[in-house]
Design a protein around this ligand. Structure first.
Ligand SMILES: NC(=O)c1ccc[n+]([C@@H]2O[C@H](COP(=O)([O-])OP(=O)(O)OC[C@H]3O[C@@H](n4cnc5c(N)ncnc54)[C@H](OP(=O)(O)O)[C@@H]3O)[C@@H](O)[C@H]2O)c1
Length: 246
């Protein structure tokens, strides 16, 4: 089987490619760094020749609603249209638990992405996952003497386990929106960031800030937690910390 991984050079994308290869299948990376632009369309048709399934884990780094919608809408439309032309049998999208409940700018793009999948003539599966353990590290990307961390209640999951689930889904029939995936325990994001800083021997203080409006309230009070049973990752944040800091 040939599986294209849109965003295959990214954080989870690399793990998805590993999981595809571990199962004996061929992974085809779609990313600008390998000459395929899902927004501009360059290289897309050529890359999808002979592809059976596409796993979409592309991303844009923005908090702006308009930028998020513009990226995910254009990228998803282009991908699905190219898949239709190439006869791809299955499109699998990674989304986020709570995007339909917490009205945050970035999430609006993910909702648009889900809507386009639901309306597509290409058979689709959408897996919503909670924040990855690595999300705590992404909170530190801006640097600075103090880490300002959104007050967010999360049930973080190992990105590697989400990657394995995406590949498992891609090998099966399209199922539409499937049960949400989460990790084994509920944690507060500022605490996760503090634990990560401690594990790295850093003294940077981490301050939890409630983001403005209803979205901030929703994030702080469980709007990003799974509401139903679904696949659960086994790796705890503590186990990930140990592995990531050794
Ligand atoms: N982080 C979390 O906790 C979390 C939780 C649940 C779901 N998710 C979802 O997981 C997805 C992946 O997140 P991530 O943190 O792994 O992303 P990431 O590390 O930022 O990687 C983004 C990927 O998208 C590619 N990309 C960006 N623009 C592109 C374009 N125009 N054409 C082709 N490829 C493009 C990048 O490659 P190039 O730069 O080479 O183009 C890269 O491979 C996102 O959709 C996110 O919403 C994330």
């Amino acid at each position: 089987m040939r599986v294209a991984v849109a965003g295959g050079t990214g954080l989870i994308g690399r793990m998805v490619c590993d999981a595809v290869a571990a199962g004996g299948d061929e992974a085809v990376v779609l990313a600008r760094s390998v000459g395929v632009d899902v927004v501009g369309g360059d290289g897309l048709d050529a890359a999808l020749v002979g592809v059976d399934a596409v796993i979409d884990v592309t991303n844009v780094t923005t908090l702006k609603r308009s930028e998020s919608i513009a990226f995910f809408e254009t990228a998803t439309r282009n991908l699905l249209a190219a898949e239709e032309r190439a006869g791809v049998a299955h499109h699998v999208l990674l989304s986020i638990v709570g995007v339909d409940r917490v009205d945050w700018g970035y999430y609006a793009g993910k909702v648009r992405q889900e809507e386009l999948c639901a309306a597509s003539s290409v058979p689709t599966t959408v897996l919503r996952a909670t924040q990855f353990h690595e999300f705590a590290d992404q909170m530190l990307a801006r640097g600075g003497p103090v880490a300002m961390v959104p007050r967010m209640r999360s049930q973080p999951v190992a990105a590697r386990e989400v990657a394995a689930e995406l590949v498992r889904l891609a090998r099966g029939e399209a199922r539409g929106l499937v049960p949400e995936m989460a990790g084994p325990e509920v944690l507060e994001m500022p605490d996760m960031v503090r634990r990560l800083l401690r594990a790295r021997g850093r003294r940077t203080p981490a301050i939890g800030i409630r983001l403005p409006g209803a979205a901030g309230k929703g994030m702080a009070h469980g709007g990003l937690l799974p509401e139903h049973d679904g696949p659960r990752g086994r790796e705890t944040f503590a186990q990930w910390l140990t592995a990531a800091s050794s």
